[in-house]
Design a protein around this ligand. Sequence first.
Ligand SMILES: [Fe+2]
Length: 246
Amino acid sequence: MSGRIDVHSHLIPGIDDGCANLEQSITCARVLVDAGFTHAFCTPHVWTNLPENTPASIVRRTAELQAHFDAAGVALQVLPGGELNLGPEIANMRAPDVVSYAMGGKFCLFDLWADELPDFFEAAVRHLQSLGLKLVLAHPERMKAAQDDPGAVERMQELGLLLQGNLQCFIDPEDWATRRTAVKFLLDRRYTFLATDTHRPDSLPQRMHGLRRAIELAGHEEVTRLTVENPRMLLDAAGSNGQGSD
Ligand SMILES: [Fe+2]
């Protein structure tokens, strides 16, 4: 049995804009454990300007982080993953080069930075799907296209995307579109996952506050579905290729 499973975090130190050093990683992991997380997928940014963040290096860095957590007595199991930034170059990617949950080749987390869905969006999504991947879209509530157009999220779901909301958005200022959109998606049961998107210790209190707010809004049962039950499908993908276990 697992507790909460964080499907989006930047805990590996020094490889993106997440934790800057091991001390920060351990501090963040302890906060996650206190909030009921037993597992976290390490999903560093995979950007064209971060060429060292490859599936092989992330697997190695995750194992190193696990050894440090074990030595420090931090009861958090970490698994490799990545947050693939969607760009036109995706159309040329081969399956072994794509980061996926537990590098199992079944589920892939991606994000997109654009006010409007770019021309390459659907082609890139379909290419990744043709590699056998089920796609998880990170924090759609931060995408202007999803905020402004109620039909946009329906089209994303028709494309087969699973939506992952960021906990922090539930405590953004009340008049922010991110909060309005996140609350609507939560109450409309659009999300498959809620995650912390942990970067560094300084923003963790807000992320944990967001978890409590999500429970106030949708109830324990729904938040358990989004942080425990649904993420287990990603752990199952991990177990099937030997990259991790429950
Ligand atoms: Fe992220």
